[in-house]
Design a protein around this ligand. Structure first.
Ligand code: DAH
Length: 373
């Protein structure tokens, strides 16, 4: 530190004169009082409390004073600075309180206003149920496969071993988009089932093939309580070496358990489908009465009409002719298939009595299934 300058006369130091210090103090206090908001106060603070403010500069002069003059000048400047700091803090608290009060008024929310009454939508139970079924099979290693709803007649019928004059092709069942062209190429239909995705899946992949195919299908039915011209099916296809009806039954039993709970029996009834051989209808034991309503008029069951069994869908071992049409060697591979309607399953699983409720898109129907958005 340099020695005090002996030739330096404190009386000559203008900035340290009591009236000067008092003036600086007064100016600072006046500036703080005049600051109308926190921004203006911030500027006043820089001007009157900053490193280059008059009081800070005056403070610096003290170091050059002779020792006997230092104490008094230091006290004077220190007191003035203390007063300025205090005045600043007081004004700051005042302006902050003013700001908080203003924000409370300006940003107030009127909680008594009516809230937004537009109801949120919900995913349709048909969609969520399809996804649930997909999940069951994906967990077993199946792939989800899809095909077009406007389908070649060849995929919808021919490749699935339907005779050219099979009644299902007749106009009352099938929506024809266009007939065979002049060269005899396949016509185009709205697919009547999801089974054509079986053929597409086999053509797209090398065996083994394990696919689950959900989708929309079309038939020329009138819309009534138990029919709709547009509905949903899920198709199952497994192609591998050595598959049998036992694999089919075990797979479906697993699905039934996942959807309806433990311990429900399933049964196969002989049936005919051109694309499976042998073919069967698959029933599950009624999950509501578990057969207790059969022959028991005192305890009727609405879910199974007191039959004890609920029909799920058609199934069977893939007809070798279908394997050949899809380029798969029937000597080496065998497979099973299963197809069922989602609307019907939703109806008996949730006691939906009228199929029209499912297609009308009214959120009051959808809501009780859970608001998945
Ligand atoms: N596609 C048939 C229908 O719509 C249902 C069906 C039956 C699917 C047997 C299959 C099956 O996969 O093996 O009526």
């Amino acid at each position: 530190m340099s020695a005090p300058n002996k030739s330096y006369d404190p009386v000559e130091v203008e900035a340290l004169k009591p009236e000067e210090i008092e003036r600086m103090r007064e100016e600072a206090l006046a500036a703080f009082a005049a600051a109308a908001d926190l921004e203006a106060l911030r500027e006043a603070k820089a001007a009157h409390m900053g490193d280059r403010s008059p009081l800070a500069l005056a403070n610096r002069e003290i170091g050059a004073l002779p020792p006997q003059a230092k104490a008094e000048a230091g006290k004077r400047v220190g007191m003035a600075r203390g007063a300025v700091n205090k005045a600043f803090a007081a004004r700051q608290a005042e302006l902050e309180a003013e700001r908080d009060a203003r924000v409370l008024v300006e940003e107030a929310v009127d909680v008594t206003l009516p809230h937004d009454r537009v109801a949120a939508g919900a995913r349709h139970p048909l969609v969520t149920f399809c996804e649930r079924v997909e999940d069951i099979f994906v967990a077993m290693g199946y792939e989800v496969a899809e095909g077009p709803e406007v389908e070649a007649e060849w995929f919808n019928f021919d490749a699935l071993n339907f005779d050219p004059d099979h009644p299902a092709r007749a106009m009352q069942d099938t929506f024809f988009v266009s007939g065979k062209d002049a060269k005899g190429e396949s016509g185009v239909v709205l697919r009547t089932h999801t089974s054509p995705v079986q053929v597409r899946s086999m053509l797209d992949r090398e065996p083994p093939v394990y696919v689950v195919c959900p989708g929309r299908v079309y038939r020329t039915d009138e819309l009534d309580a138990t029919h709709t011209p547009v509905f949903h099916q899920v198709e199952l296809l497994a192609i591998d070496e050595g598959l049998t009806m036992a694999d089919l039954k075990g797979t479906i039993e697993h699905m039934v358990t996942s959807l309806f709970g433990e311990g429900l029996r399933t049964r196969l009834r002989p049936a005919y489908f051109p694309f499976t051989e042998p073919s069967a209808e698959l029933d599950m034991e009624c999950y509501v009465c578990r057969g207790a309503s059969v022959g028991n008029p005192g305890r009727p069951c609405r879910t199974c009409s007191s039959e004890g069994w609920i029909e799920l869908g058609g199934c069977g071992m893939v007809n070798p002719r279908v394997l050949v049409a899809a380029g798969i060697d029937p000597e080496k591979y065998s497979g099973f298939a299963f197809g069922f309607g989602i609307e019907r399953m939703l109806m008996f699983r949730h006691n939906v009595e009228d199929m029209r409720d499912m297609v009308e898109g009214d959120v009051r129907f959808t809501r009780p299934f859970g608001m998945e958005i």
